[in-house]
Design a binder for this molecule. Structure first.
Ligand code: CAA
Length: 381
């Protein structure tokens, strides 16, 4: 493939990440899934190799990587372990509101320690009663002198309770609807901030998903991101960017499952010959590879649009996320089918890949929401 290219330096970086993923990440994937414990060693590994620094500008200690390089890095990591790929994707997601709308002081305060991996980031938008309908949130922020007082809770937050830096969305003016929502940086140690229920999930089991609780939580007024009332737009602009990363995660999972299915089909002998000799298996592999390649083109294209500074990439980012995650579900399901009984067992990674793939159809906006975004954009053109 490749109608889209990256610089030679970035190509070298991605090759190095592939090697790290194969040698250091892949051997840990089954255990991370089995224990469900947050993989601090993987976080350290990504920090050590400056992979977590990729989304941050160089002047704040980051690598200032292109969106395409970040996308490829998430893909390579997820090809071996989707939970580890998510570490990079969420470091970008939780920091994106600051990158897009934060001021100089906020960037200088938070980015160096996020880029080094000393701190993790989280994105607090979803609530128990507001998932797809993000604007239906109930968390409120009331200005009191040089502070905002936050009350409410956020649900299903990736890195919840582990992240030092939480970008949180809350209502500052109920009368104004989506224009009355504001974005804040909430540090883990702020008075009134606590962590509630930690979820037990189907897949990406090493990633911590938790509830964030704000009880008269005191947030310095200087932690407002952008201006009051800009929060909803900042959240939408963030998701436009980071949905590409979820597409990349799905793409990596699908690529991993395809490779597994090919290698199994070549060595599994039934009726006296490898099952790869059967046209039924060959046709499945051909369909799987075509879906992976189509997903790759959509994901890389959306990332390249960001890098070219194109403004209207929202539709393409939704298409990439939607198509790649559906492809990941189909390809992992077919991989299990090709592996037969072994595919259903935990002895092989195919079933983990399918469980991990499922969330990519759901988080950062369900694929039904992606269709809504795409259709609204088409009709407005
Ligand atoms: N960029 C900039 N502004 C945007 C925008 C975008 N992409 N999309 C909407 N807006 C603006 C609109 O222009 C409008 O502004 P004005 O008031 O100035 O006209 C305002 O935002 C409201 O827009 P809508 O009327 O379109 O808003 P809506 O209530 O109909 O919602 C939605 C739109 C697309 C459905 C949105 O609610 C949505 O994206 N929902 C899904 C939420 C989501 O993805 N959650 C994921 C949580 S994070 C997560 O999952 C992370 C993880 O664990 C890893």
């Amino acid at each position: 493939m490749a109608v889209i290219t990256v610089s030679e330096d970035e190509r070298d970086l991605i090759a190095a990440i592939r090697e790290i993923a194969e040698e250091r990440v892949a051997p840990r994937a089954a255990e991370i899934d089995h224990t469900g414990e947050f993989p601090w060693d993987m976080k350290e590994l990504l920090a050590h190799h400056d992979i977590l620094a990729m989304p941050f500008p160089e002047e704040y200690g980051g690598l200032g990587s292109s969106e395409l390089a970040i996308t490829m890095a998430i893909e390579e990591l997820s090809r071996c372990c989707a939970t580890t790929g998510l570490l990079l994707a969420v470091q970008q997601l939780g920091s994106m509101p600051i990158l897009l709308a934060g001021n100089e002081k906020q960037k200088r305060t938070y980015f160096p320690r996020l880029a080094s991996g000393e701190w993790l980031a989280a994105f607090g938008l979803t609530e128990a009663g507001s998932g797809s309908d993000a604007a239906a949130m109930k968390t409120v922020a009331v200005r009191q002198g040089d502070k905002y007082i936050l009350n409410g809770s956020k649900r299903f937050i990736t890195n919840g309770g582990l992240a030092q830096v939480n970008t949180v969305f809350a209502i500052t003016d109920r009368e104004k609807g989506t224009r009355g929502i504001s974005a804040f940086i909430v540090e883990k140690e702020y008075p009134g901030f606590s962590v509630g229920h930690v979820e037990d999930k189907m897949g990406i089991k090493g990633s911590q998903t938790a509830e964030l609780i704000f009880q008269d939580c005191e947030v310095p007024a200087e932690n407002l991101i952008g201006e009051e009332g800009q929060g909803f737009k900042i959240a939408m602009m963030t998701l436009d960017r980071t949905r590409i990363g979820i597409g990349a995660q799905a793409l990596g999972i699908a690529q991993g499952a395809l490779e597994l299915a090919i290698s199994y089909a070549k060595q599994r002998v039934q009726f006296g010959h490898p099952i790869a000799d059967n046209q039924g298996i060959q046709f499945m592999l051909a369909d799987m590879a075509t879906k992976v390649e189509a997903a790759r083109l959509l994901v890389y294209n959306a990332a390249a649009m960001v890098d070219r500074g194109e403004k209207n990439f929202s539709k393409y980012s939704s298409m990439a996320k939607m198509f790649a995650s559906d492809a990941a579900m189909e390809v992992t399901n077919d991989a299990i089918q090709i592996l037969g009984g072994y595919g259903y067992m935990k002895e092989y990674p195919a079933e983990r890949m399918m469980r991990d793939a499922k969330i990519t159809q759901i988080y950062e906006g369900t694929n039904q929401i992606q269709r809504l975004v795409i259709a609204r954009s088409l009709l407005a053109e």
